[in-house]
Ligand binder design. Structure first.
Ligand SMILES: [Mn+2]
Length: 360
């Protein structure tokens, strides 16, 4: 397990690299250029500047997140070939600076969705991201976007970049009538276009699951359960076509057996990284994000780390969204304190599992 942390860059994050470096056991980042629009080439110069800064702080930068896939690729429009070529260039550029894993998703329009970015947890007064599908039904897509932009404390949230959402209604209309099978066909076209480049330069693609783990607003969503992932991995059979297993996203649906999924895809060598967080179920399609500790939510973090230990022990991991605690303010989900606690807890589980395994 290589413990990493998400960081948005010095102009876009209140958390500093120095603070990240001081978290025990932290080896590197899951890095991110938050100003890049979907479809744009990530140039060598900007990658070098970012990676050099990370290295100077004593951290590695072998995983990059959110090289977003342009909607034209997901929709299968004729312009997709240009965007796929841009994606190939970005893969090559990232590989030159030591990046080994790219996290992305193939979700139409909405990267992730919550109905409240700072719902107070009554038991302890902290707050976390929250979702209640009944609230969403009343809101509709345009209202949820407006609220998300308002609630993000001035930061653009990953997946909710303003330029991506400016033409929201037009984009939603384009997806009308697109079936899950058609979306998968377009996905295959994308993978067939980029995976040979990945194989050539030694980069693995890691598909992030739908969040929450079910269809929303009638949009096709094809990455939220084991059956979906079996199909995605079969679209282009290569070790470079893999998964970013996000326990919080998948855990929003209690039907997902996450330790079993880790074992399945870990044994296949197809998990390239994990996002680990806990979820508290509050009802049907109704949950909030919880502290990492197993007893704080409904996921068994011990079983999750054990499955990882036994099937994909060298994988990159990061503590995912944390709560906002100790009066910290910042990007919803991406404060320093609770994520640092999460990393420490995961490292503790790992040490215990490792020592128990060795003493047998
Ligand atoms: Mn995630």
């Amino acid at each position: 397990m290589k413990m990493t942390f998400r960081w948005f860059g010095e102009n876009s994050d209140v958390v500093t690299l120095k603070q990240i470096r001081q978290i025990p056991g932290m080896t590197g980042l899951m890095g991110f250029l938050d100003y890049k629009a979907a479809g744009e080439v990530w140039t060598e110069e900007e990658i070098k500047r970012y990676v050099d800064g990370v290295h100077a702080a004593g951290l590695e930068c072998e995983v990059i997140e959110s090289v977003n896939v342009h909607e034209d690729i997901k929709l299968g429009l004729p312009t997709r070939d240009d965007y796929i070529e841009n994606y190939r260039i970005t893969i090559r550029n990232l590989a030159k600076y030591g990046v080994k894993v790219i996290v992305y998703n193939f979700m139409p329009v909405f990267d992730w969705l919550r109905t409240d970015l700072a719902r107070v947890i009554p038991e302890d007064g902290s707050n976390s991201l929250y979702f209640d599908e009944r609230e969403l039904g009343e809101m509709g897509p345009v209202e949820i976007v407006r609220r998300t932009a308002e609630g993000c404390n001035g930061f653009s949230l990953p997946g909710w970049e303003p330029e991506r959402l400016a033409e929201l209604e037009a984009t939603l209309a384009q997806y009308q009538g697109v079936t899950p099978d058609q979306l998968r066909e377009n996905y295959k076209y994308f993978l067939d276009g980029i995976i040979p480049t990945c194989e050539e330069v030694g980069v693995s693609m890691a598909c992030h699951p739908d969040d929450p783990a079910w269809p929303i607003f009638g949009l096709p969503r094809i990455a939220h359960c084991q059956d979906d992932f079996d199909k995605i991995l079969a679209l282009h059979d290569s070790p470079c076509n893999g998964l970013c297993l996000c326990t919080g996203s998948l855990g929003s649906n209690p039907d997902n057996d996450i330790p079993a999924m880790i074992r399945r895809y870990g044994a296949m060598g197809r998990i390239h990284c994990l996002h680990i967080r806990n979820v508290k179920q509050l009802g049907y399609h109704h949950f909030r994000e919880a502290a990492h500790l197993s007893s704080a939510g409904d996921l068994d973090l011990f079983e999750i780390v054990k499955a990882m230990y036994e099937t994909c022990p060298d994988v990159y991991v990061r503590p995912d969204h944390g709560r906002m605690i100790w009066d910290e303010t910042g990007r919803p989900g991406y404060g320093l304190y609770d994520r640092a606690l999460g990393a420490t807890y995961l490292n503790g589980l790992w040490e215990a599992i490792d020592k128990m395994a060795r003493s047998r």
